[in-house]
Design a protein around this ligand. Structure first.
Ligand SMILES: NC(=O)C1=CN([C@@H]2O[C@H](COP(=O)(O)OP(=O)(O)OC[C@H]3O[C@@H](n4cnc5c(N)ncnc54)[C@H](O)[C@@H]3O)[C@@H](O)[C@H]2O)C=CC1
Ligand SMILES: O=C(O)C1=NCCCC1
Length: 325
């Protein structure tokens, strides 16, 4: 048996590409609804009354190309200013023996697979139903917002990609960076969240939600699709969502896995949200679209996605190493 390897963030970045990431993530979402994954609800360990958190996400995915047995461990402090707000590593095991195969840095993996999950949801719930893809609005320009901007630019053909951030300069910087990278003028920074949301065909929210939602129902056009990424909080009186209660009430809500949603998204039922289906069931054609014209993908993130990504990155990294030798 070979010794376990550590695949650092630079090595992960050097093999990641959108086409493989989209395939791995779509496989994980589909397999979840086919019951080909094992992913118990994740475990949270918050340090007393601080915002400092840790999450363990163990899981298994059965698939010849993207299958894996792994656990992602994340920790973070949203108040960090001089260091990243989140750390993440995936521990990947041999599926037969349970012997450690690799530890992978997983900041990039998490951003890429989360953006890819939103893109898969947008493809199946919006684009394939023939709805327009003129304006994309992204709220939050941190790691997730940036990954979504890159992923959606790669996958779709929006005419305008709007960027909003609590601190406007961050949105302006990201717009300039992406316009420069892709030799385009499609990326535009917006100061107001209302003006950014109005007329958007597809919306991504990727913030750490505060006490006041950043997107309101009355601003949204009919047929809008929203990917809500930011972690929801619903502890006692402290309820934090990126979208207003009316936004949930007026849309069909899709999730990545019922196992996670039944534990972490029960607060949405208080808003009268219609919890419609897993994205995997939409991919499999098991779900008929309902009478609500708006859709929301409430993304929690799944262990199965991380298993698929760990296997993909591990295989690509080993192939690259073999070529070098
Ligand atoms: N669904 C999933 O699979 C995943 C969800 N997440 C969640 O996505 C969200 C964004 O994550 P990152 O981009 O990594 O974080 P980040 O810290 O890099 O960026 C967050 C951005 O949101 C803005 N922001 C912070 N608090 C805000 C508030 N109260 N109102 C409006 N804007 C605010 C900040 O200015 C920052 O630009 C977080 O809630 C994180 O927990 C992260 C990874 C996976
Ligand atoms: O799935 C993940 O990975 C995460 N989900 C919510 C919070 C941070 C990471």
């Amino acid at each position: 048996m070979n010794a376990a390897m550590f695949i650092n963030e630079e090595e992960v970045k050097s093999v990641l590409n959108w086409d493989d990431t989209l395939e791995a993530t779509e496989t994980a979402l589909r397999a979840t609804s086919e019951r080909k994954s094992v992913q118990p609800p994740r475990v949270f360990a918050q340090i007393f009354n601080t915002p400092k958190w840790m999450i363990a996400m163990p899981g298994y995915l059965e698939d010849s190309r993207f299958g894996g047995w792994a656990c992602k461990i994340l920790s973070g402090n949203p108040q960090n200013v001089h260091s990243p707000t989140m750390s993440a590593n995936i521990v990947l095991y041999d599926e037969d023996s349970g012997v450690l195969k690799a530890v992978l840095s997983a900041i990039e993996i998490t951003s890429w697979r989360t953006a890819a999950a939103s893109a898969v949801a947008t493809k199946h719930l919006h684009v394939r139903t023939g709805k327009p893809q003129k304006i994309l609005a992204i709220f939050g320009c941190g790691d997730q917002g940036k990954a979504h901007a890159n992923c959606f630019y790669h996958c779709f053909n929006f005419e305008e990609i709007r960027l909003w951030n609590r601190t406007h300069q961050k949105a302006a910087n990201l717009a300039a960076e992406l316009n420069n990278k892709y030799h385009t003028l499609k990326f535009r920074a917006f100061e107001g969240n209302e003006s950014c949301a109005r007329d958007a065909d597809v919306i991504v929210t990727a913030t750490s939600p505060g006490p006041v939602p950043i997107v309101r129902s009355e601003w949204l056009k009919a047929g809008v699709h929203i990917n809500a990424i930011g972690v929801v909080t619903s502890k006692g009186e402290d309820k934090r969502y990126e979208l207003s209660a009316e936004t949930y009430k007026n849309a069909a809500v899709y999730v990545d896995s019922w196992e996670g949603a039944n534990k972490e998204l029960t607060g949405l039922l208080e808003f009268g949200a219609e919890m419609k289906a897993e994205i995997g069931d939409v991919i499999l054609g098991n779900v008929q679209s309902g009478n609500k014209d708006r859709s929301i993908f409430q993304s929690l993130g799944m262990a199965a996605e991380d298993c698929a990504m760990a296997r993909l990155v591990y295989d690509l990294h080993k192939r690259k190493q073999t070529k070098v030798l």
